[in-house]
Design a protein around this ligand. Structure first.
Ligand code: H76
Length: 476
């Protein structure tokens, strides 16, 4: 009898909470289109790629943060704003745009060597200048001394190296006369609708004329004007997916009926992956909820420079090992890591970026198998570094970033996970001694380190009880 009453009260309780949830749920026309992660092959490829190269290149690459002899220690692609330069003066930079050292094939080779599987290029940044010969504005590369379709050359060169290409597109546009930051009258909306039409046409043009593009990375969508026109963001998502089934868009594109961004008013992520982590990463202990959706973090090498800035000594510049650790952390939480490069105004890649690319590439060559197709492993985070589970295998990689002075790496296995084998990725013949210390807890005895970059221990796991079970939890 008791059990029936229990079941009955459970049913009653869940019926009541369900009802309450439904009542609180807002009916949305422009909210999330689905929940959870996409399961199709295009998204699986995006996810398995894990490591990408961001490229910021535009007219801002010419002054490189310096205007009339004065250096502005602010993001170089924001120089127009930080140095208070008029739109007509800024726009006339296009007549100086002649990147004679631009070599798409060399850039793609560098990216390949670095180990990225995709590249995201700024087709148009906030300044409004287009790297492709758009039919919708003369403010594009075909009207510069250089004339060539830079976007096409990049897409072809990267695709030839087997690297996917994604397009960054800024909705915010400092050049277009119909762009508005807010809508305060019917006239404002009429004007802004002209802008939205323009941007929609450009996006359709990009998706159609560069049909291998896999993903659109939207930016500059945070103003009230967009929040009040959430319908447009869904229209764009739908149009791009109509042009190419499998197309991927970031959450930053989207606003819903109430102006809620990234996540709709019911808390569901919009678009196909979260793109809120910019120049910062989640906390590997506190923020594991990021693993519930696909996501990507984008990162600069200096503190806050995306476009080329002449003087990197003005801010902290990350080392290759710091960047590798960021890549490992991101992968361990089921995210993608997009590392930014800012080519010079003449099209060359600065020496610092080349060195960083080389160093990361050397590491990726030996250790990349833990990154590609890597995912959240469900193990408790330990101080020595990060766990990465390899999709479709029985392997869990331990990326050791901090060598413990004890010489011991602690491992706590999740329920029903049994370690059957361990070895160094760099030397599969070498297994480490492992000792069970408590229930589901183990010590791995580490080799003395000779390396100055993170190294990897591979665990082969199977379903089963983690330990011998001889240790009981204390009763307290
Ligand atoms: C603020 C801002 C923009 N978002 C980054 C991805 C860069 O494009 C930066 O200019």
């Amino acid at each position: 009898m008791k059990i029936y009453r229990y079941i009955y009260s459970l049913l009653l309780f869940s019926a009541v909470t369900l009802h309450a949830q439904n009542k609180d749920r807002k009916l949305l026309q422009y909210g999330a289109q689905y929940t959870g992660k996409r399961k199709d092959s295009a998204m699986a490829k995006f996810r398995a790629n894990r490591f990408g190269q961001f490229i910021h290149w535009g007219l801002y690459s010419i002054p490189g943060g310096v205007w009339n002899g004065k250096t502005y220690n602010y993001a170089a692609e924001f120089l127009k704003s930080s140095a208070h330069i008029s739109t007509s003066t800024w726009d006339s930079l296009m007549y100086q745009f002649n990147p004679v050292k631009f070599d798409a094939k060399a850039m793609a080779r560098m990216a390949k060597q670095m180990g990225v599987k995709y590249m995201t290029i700024t087709t148009k940044h906030h300044e409004g200048f287009c790297l492709w010969p758009s039919a919708y504005t003369p403010f594009n590369v075909s009207n510069t001394p250089f004339k060539r379709d830079i976007l096409k050359e990049l897409v072809e060169a990267y695709n030839a190296e087997g690297i996917d290409v994604h397009f960054y597109y800024s909705v915010l546009d400092w050049h277009h006369p119909d762009w508005k930051y807010d809508i305060k009258s019917a006239d404002d909306q009429t004007q802004f609708l002209r802008y939205l039409d323009f941007a929609y046409n450009q996006l359709k043009e990009l998706a159609t004329n560069y049909p291998t593009v896999k993903c659109f990375w939207f930016d500059g969508t945070w103003d009230n004007s967009i929040k009040k026109n959430g319908w447009w963001t869904l229209a764009v998502e739908k149009m791009l997916k109509q042009v190419h089934p499998g197309m991927i868009v970031n959450s930053r594109l989207r606003a819903d009926d109430y102006g809620s961004r990234h996540k709709d008013s019911n808390g569901e992520m919009m678009g196909d992956y979260g793109s809120g982590y910019e120049r910062k990463l989640p906390d590997a202990v506190k923020d594991i909820d990021v693993t519930q959706t696909d996501w990507e973090a984008c990162m600069t090498i200096p503190e806050n420079q995306w476009g080329y800035h002449k003087d990197w000594s003005l801010s902290y510049v990350k080392t290759p090992v710091e960047l590798i650790e960021m890549l490992a952390l991101t992968t361990s939480l089921g995210g993608n890591f997009l590392l930014n490069f800012g080519p010079q105004g003449d099209g060359a890649i600065r020496a610092e970026e080349k060195q960083i690319a080389t160093a990361i590439g050397e590491w990726m060559k030996l250790n990349g198998e833990a990154i590609y197709g890597g995912d959240y492993a469900g193990f408790k985070k330990q101080d020595w570094g990060y766990y990465i589970k390899k999709e479709g295998t029985n392997k869990v990689y331990m990326i050791v970033c901090n060598q413990p002075l004890s010489g011991i790496a602690k491992v706590q296995t999740p329920e029903k996970v049994k370690i059957v084998k361990n070895y160094l990725l760099a030397n599969p013949g070498q297994s480490l001694q492992i000792k069970e210390t408590q229930k589901n807890q183990f010590n791995l005895y580490l080799p003395p380190v000779k390396t100055t970059t993170p190294y990897i221990i591979v665990l082969e796991v199977e379903n089963g009880n983690g330990g011998t079970g001889q240790y009981q939890d204390a009763k307290t």
